[in-house]
Write a protein that binds this ligand. Structure first.
Ligand SMILES: Nc1nc2c(c(=O)[nH]1)N(C=O)[C@@H](CNc1ccc(C(=O)N[C@@H](CCC(=O)O)C(=O)O)cc1)CN2
Ligand SMILES: Nc1nc2c(ncn2[C@@H]2O[C@H](COP(=O)(O)OP(=O)(O)OP(=O)(O)O)[C@@H](O)[C@H]2O)c(=O)[nH]1
Ligand SMILES: [Mg+2]
Length: 462
């Protein structure tokens, strides 16, 4: 059964908000209507907290259930609504020992606080309207950021830049809808009239704006979760050698025997703030070997599911028929071609490959050439992101990107209804649906299960 108590804001919740382990300080936090009363029973300073101004650090002692002081601590309280959660909040900053922090929490629970669920403080900030859902999710982005760029993108979203963009799109949609409805309801009256051309211009501008936001969300997602690059090609062309060179360590076995790699081997690096997860795969060929056959089908799966494919061919040997088929398949997916083994006499040139794949990005290299490998990393990132974009990301999850795409498709549908001369109420109903998706994105309408799902990914105490 799903625990639904989390939507109840009457409880006062408590948890240790710092990491579990020995440290200089640990913070135990309380939020809710009883926060001050409960804390008062376990804290003794020169003055009680209630007689201490909010946000003022008061020195005192933590008292156990018998009134014996067990630690010297600092206590501070925040008066609702000026706090992280929007409720009364008390923080006790005790020494960062495992025992003392747990004791402090236990004492507060004994005095009537309830143990907070993961993410419940942030959830309350959301439920109390202090932050919207994109900001709440950005908190997790800040906590999990693994690079400066990822951190900046999460912080930008936490500050509300994505919310502001989306809210302004919402307002534009609402304005258009209002005028449309007025036109529909009172066609004869003297109300601001929206010509078909004006309408088309406005909707187009909104669609462009949305595309930009979606792109920036994708960048932010890549900054946080990384991009998957599958290294594929026929056996013995040097996939594992290039994989090792990209990672700058010997992770995969390299031998002159075709069919060396069977399992998928993953390894990641961070380039320009973007985590790149490389997947070395089994050489693609038809084989009777059972293990290799399984490896080949795993390689094909990786090829389909990756964000980018790195197709390796051996420049010192003729292309096989399978490779020519492969080239045709790659046309449908984003990819980079690397002609390997440039250090030995070549039988395939860049032009030969270009004839087959005129649109593709092609590089001639040797897995031993460090400079070329650096260039390859650069091209991988460039292939997926405009240079400027990396500094403009928004923290977003796959679900948020899907929601934004739904908004976009509603706007696009409204444009095509308009262009094909369908009745204006069709345009209006598409715009209404677009606004519905924005409401979901910002958490202005939500179901409890979704909220539970989102916040349960947070750490305890956040
Ligand atoms: N000790 C401590 N550090 C922390 C937090 C915390 O709760 N406690 N935070 C969270 O976990 C983050 C900071 N986030 C916060 C966001 C808003 C408010 C706040 O009180 N806002 C009020 C008052 C603003 C003012 O007057 O300065 C407001 O916006 O109304 C507090 C913390 C990170 N560091
Ligand atoms: N001359 C030369 N040989 C290379 C280069 N890169 C790899 N090789 C050699 O090519 C052979 C195959 O290399 P691997 O990296 O194991 O090839 P692979 O594509 O992973 O092969 P499978 O795992 O069997 O699919 C090895 O003998 C490597 O030393 C290169 O740039 N130049
Ligand atoms: Mg290999």
């Amino acid at each position: 059964m799903l625990e639904k108590s989390f939507l109840n804001l009457d409880d006062t919740i408590a948890s240790i908000s710092t990491a579990w382990g020995e440290a200089g300080i640990a913070i135990v936090r309380l939020s809710g209507p009883q926060a001050l009363d409960i804390a008062e029973k376990a804290f003794r300073g020169i003055k009680p907290l209630k007689d201490t101004p909010p946000r003022y650090m008061r020195n005192g002692f933590l008292l156990d259930e018998r009134g014996a002081p067990i630690d010297e601590v600092l206590g501070v309280w925040f008066r609702s609504p000026k706090s992280y959660t929007g409720e009364d909040v008390v923080e006790i900053h005790c020494h960062g020992g495992l025992l003392v922090a747990s004791k402090c929490l236990e004492l507060l629970i004994a005095q009537g606080a309830r143990l907070a669920e993961p993410g419940e403080f942030t959830q309350r900030a959301f439920l109390n309207g202090r932050i919207d859902l994109t900001q709440a999710e950005a908190v997790l982005g800040v906590i999990r950021a693994k690079s400066d760029e990822a951190l900046l993108s999460a912080a930008r979203t936490l500050r509300g830049e994505l919310s502001a963009k989306v809210n302004s799109i919402y307002d534009s949609l609402l304005n258009i809808s209002a005028t449309l409805e007025a036109n529909l309801d009172f066609p004869e009256e003297d109300i601001p009239y929206l010509s078909k051309d004006d309408l088309f211009q406005s909707l187009n501008a909104i669609a462009l704006n949305l595309q930009d936001v979606i792109y920036r969300c994708k960048v932010g997602k890549a900054l946080r979760d990384g991009i998957k690059v599958a290294i594929v090609g026929r056996p013995n062309v040097g996939k594992s050698s290039i994989f090792n060179a990209l990672l700058e360590e010997t992770r995969a076995i390299v031998t002159p025997i075709p069919g060396t790699t069977r399992d998928i081997i993953e390894g990641s690096i961070v380039h320009k703030g973007i985590p790149i997860i490389f997947m070395d795969t089994a050489g693609l060929r038809a084989t009777d070997d059972l293990v290799e056959t399984i490896g080949v089908s795993m390689a094909q799966k990786a090829l389909r599911e990756a964000d980018l494919r790195l197709w390796i061919i051996d420049g010192s040997e003729q292309l096989t028929k399978e490779e020519i088929d492969m080239a045709m398949e790659l046309k449908n997916h984003s990819h980079i071609v690397a002609i390997n083994k440039a250090d030995i006499p070549q039988v395939i040139s860049l032009e030969d490959v270009r004839q087959m794949l005129p649109e593709s990005e092609i590089m001639v290299l040797s897995s031993y050439d460090k400079e070329a490998i650096r260039e390859l990393k650069e091209r991988i990132v460039k292939k997926l992101f405009k240079d400027s974009a990396i500094n403009e990301g928004f923290n977003a999850t796959a679900r948020q990107i899907e929601t934004l795409k739904s908004v976009l498709s509603c706007v696009e549908n409204s444009i095509s209804s308009l262009v094909s001369g369908e009745p204006q109420d069709l345009v209006a109903s598409n715009l209404l649906e677009a606004r519905y998706h924005i409401d979901r994105l910002l958490g202005r309408n939500f179901d409890e299960d979704l909220i539970h799902l989102i916040f349960s990914q947070f750490c305890v105490g956040k």
